[in-house]
Design a protein around this ligand. Structure first.
Ligand code: SF4
Ligand code: SF4
Length: 439
């Protein structure tokens, strides 16, 4: 068998996908209240368009901004605004949020008759993405209409759908590929039309062959859609790694995929674009995975944006065993939580609960110069030297060793026998370098 496409570096963590990969998507119950942060994206924050006591309808815009790099926020329920306040989001940062008490019975979303998808112009597709509040749903949450507006001198010829889902435990994209195959392909074609590309490539990791087969079956006869199988390796789905694996093109440091004629979008975003264009549906709910050995009945849930983690865990039968670590997102790039109060945002792909028997809580010790972090780094950086420079507050050296090129994948920390949390050091270095540049 020919070698599967991949990138250099990376790691093979235990994937643990079997906990939820066979579980069909089910709708999560509407929680007692939703907490919807008004900024869930990279870019300008939104201003509230509602006030305490207002009635809101499902899908109503409740926050927006005049800025180009921003994405409006919609109500995920029909109900009454209970409060508008600065509340901690999943990172712990305080963000202006709208708390809504849902009505006891919720309406179905009323699909609006859309235009023929094939007739939509690039401009119309970008407008639909903006109005629907679409952002990258793989975690980065960059506004989609901005990504669909590459510089005029950087034509995009290839749209890549990141169908790797390389983070351990998460399976929501896998389920979308199986259960929403046609809508996903339609969304991918809209992305292609929006940037005037010639083709779409789905990059699927080899541990989801059923999804690859489903995509191939539905895409047969479409000359502009390809399905490629990639090696199972983390972080295969990271933009630069995925572009290299599929096209051999290298995105230069500090540059965007459009530099090499590519646009990368996640599975959830492509499905959401289809729903926005075909049904007029804004991004007010998403599919995510609630899983881990600490969850009684792991599964894939379609839930309202703003649903607290506690309600999702309850919907999955509650906690079990000896829960030790709660993570919003995947275990490699997610955010550790101190309690279950944070709410789901557009970029939340999962909630993972780990138990004491699977969490390796080794103590940080001195570097033994084994070089494993260098070997694992897909950006070819020297994470050990970034750590050293950060400990010594030598910010010029941290930059020289590539702190700004690090995309915080965590491969270095995972490989390190000295339990050094490289990513924490890199984040510190980035913040200090940014502060110095600002001065
Ligand atoms: S230095 Fe950054 S990019 Fe390299 S392995 Fe570590 S986290 Fe990933
Ligand atoms: S993996 Fe850890 S111990 Fe080995 S060189 Fe890197 S920082 Fe040092």
């Amino acid at each position: 068998m020919a070698e599967l496409k991949t990138f250099k570096g990376g790691i093979h963590p235990p994937y643990n996908k079997e906990l939820a990969s066979g579980k069909a998507i089910k709708r999560a119950p509407v929680p007692a209240e939703v907490i919807i942060p008004l900024s869930q994206h990279i870019g300008a924050p939104n201003e509230p368009l509602v006030k305490e006591g207002d009635r809101v309808e499902l899908g109503q815009v409740i926050g927006s901004s005049e800025a180009f790099v921003s994405a409006p926020v919609h109500s995920s329920v029909a109900g009454t605004v209970k409060e508008i306040a600065d509340l901690p989001n999943f990172t712990g940062a305080k963000v202006k949020s709208v708390v809504i008490t849902p009505d006891s019975s919720q309406p179905e979303f009323a699909k609006k008759p859309g235009k023929d998808l094939d007739s939509l112009s690039a401009e119309e597709i970008r407008g639909i993405a903006k109005e629907a509040g679409l952002v990258g749903m793989g975690g980065a949450a960059f506004p989609t209409h901005v990504k669909l507006t590459p510089p005029a001198d950087k034509p995009v010829d290839t749209v890549i759908i990141n169908a790797c889902e390389c983070e351990p435990f998460l399976t929501c994209d896998h389920r979308l590929m199986l259960e929403r195959t046609e809508d996903l392909i339609a969304g991918a074609k809209l992305l292609k039309a929006a940037v005037g590309a010639q083709k779409v490539i789905f990059g699927v990791e080899a541990n989801k062959m059923d999804a690859a087969d489903a995509l191939r079956a539905k895409a047969s006869g479409l000359p502009d859609v390809e399905v490629e199988i990639l090696e199972v390796k983390y972080p295969e789905g990271a933009e630069k790694m995925l572009i290299f694996a599929l096209t051999g093109r290298k995105v230069p440091p500090g540059k965007l995929p459009s530099e090499v004629g590519c646009l990368v979008q996640n599975v959830g975003t492509a499905v959401a674009l289809f729903e926005a264009a075909a049904w007029g549906k804004p991004l007010y709910e998403r599919v995510l995975t609630v899983t881990g050995p600490g969850v009684r009945e792991p599964g894939n849930l379609l839930c309202a944006i703003g649903t607290p983690i506690s309600a999702l865990i309850e919907a999955c039968g509650g906690l079990v065993g000896n829960p030790t670590k709660l993570i919003m997102g995947g275990p490699m790039t997610g955010w550790a939580q101190s309690d279950t109060s944070a709410s789901v945002v557009k970029g939340t792909s999962g909630v993972v609960v780990l138990t004491a028997d699977v969490v390796d809580l080794g103590e940080e010790s001195e570097c033994v110069r084994c070089g494993k972090c260098i070997e694992a780094c897909p950006m070819f950086l020297s994470p050990n030297y970034i750590v050293q420079a950060t400990r010594r507050a030598q910010w010029d050296k941290a930059e020289m060793w590539g702190a700004l090129d690090c995309f915080e994948c965590g491969c270095c920390s995972f490989s390190c026998p000295a339990y050094i949390p490289h990513v924490s050091y890199v984040r510190k270095a980035k913040a200090e370098i940014a502060a110095l540049k600002k001065k």
